[in-house]
Design a protein around this ligand. Structure first.
Ligand code: B16
Ligand code: MG
Length: 221
């Protein structure tokens, strides 16, 4: 195991804003079942696996489904979600992200994807970033959902470095917890009040200067 710095990026809410598509698809599912939920409730679905998301939504609607219907609804939601993903291209990459990725590539600093999504590889291909990551770990590679650190620990292993050398960018509370539990440096992307457990929080990537990345690399941050 070598001892070098590495970066791990969450996907939804960090590299792209697919949360808006998840919301539309989950909301359609709820509406079809005869209830609704708010954008504020939707915040609680960020970083949460597909199964856990549907469990939460059914609770909000005070509904129970048979196992068969549960799986059918999840498949329908995913089909609907993928119809939005299908329209994506690289213009969906969030502002400020390309600058940081270019810097890492130029300086040969390894970076991985660490996402809960089972659609992560499809999305990365749509936005032309699939070949840029040194490792990809997604919802198809893990058995335990965030806040369990499994996704990030596998990423560290694939990047051939220790957890302590990894810096994780995350937009969800569950993901920040996962990074912290995994003893990695956590950088929250989003609201400071929501992500207060992160080591640092930025509203978005346009706020992150290369100087900050260099300090992380030198262990000064
Ligand atoms: P899928 P991330 C997460 O992606 C999303 O934030 C969350 O809303 C979604 O339910 C989860 O992926 C599973 O996604 O249904 O595509 O497998 O933020 O971990 O990149
Ligand atoms: Mg996310």
């Amino acid at each position: 195991m070598s001892n070098h710095k590495a970066f791990i990026f969450d996907l939804d809410g960090v590299i792209v804003d697919t949360a808006k598509f998840h919301f539309l698809a989950w909301r359609k599912l709820a509406n079809d079942l005869g209830f609704d939920f708010t954008e504020a409730q939707n915040e609680q679905l960020k970083g949460v696996s597909r199964i856990e998301s549907l469990k939460k939504i059914l609770k909000w609607g005070e509904m129970e489904l048979s196992e068969e219907d549960f799986h059918r609804q999840m498949a329908l939601k995913n089909e609907n979600y993928l119809s939005y993903v299908d329209e994506m291209d690289k213009s969906e990459i969030l502002p400020g992200v390309p600058k940081i990725l270019s810097y890492l590539m130029e300086h040969k600093i390894p970076f991985a994807l660490g996402s809960a999504s089972k659609n992560a590889r499809t999305i990365l291909k749509k936005i032309d970033l699939y070949d840029k990551f040194d490792a990809i770990v997604d919802g198809t590679d893990v058995t335990k959902a965030k806040p369990d650190p499994e996704v990030f620990l596998i990423a560290a292993e694939k990047l051939n470095t220790t957890a302590q050398n990894c810096v994780v960018f995350e937009d969800s509370v569950a993901g920040v917890h996962a990074a912290n539990i995994g003893k990695m440096k956590s950088i929250g992307i989003g609201n400071e009040k929501v992500l207060h457990e992160a080591d640092y929080v930025f509203a978005d990537f346009t706020e992150i200067e290369i100087e900050f990345i260099e300090k992380l690399l030198r262990n000064e941050k």
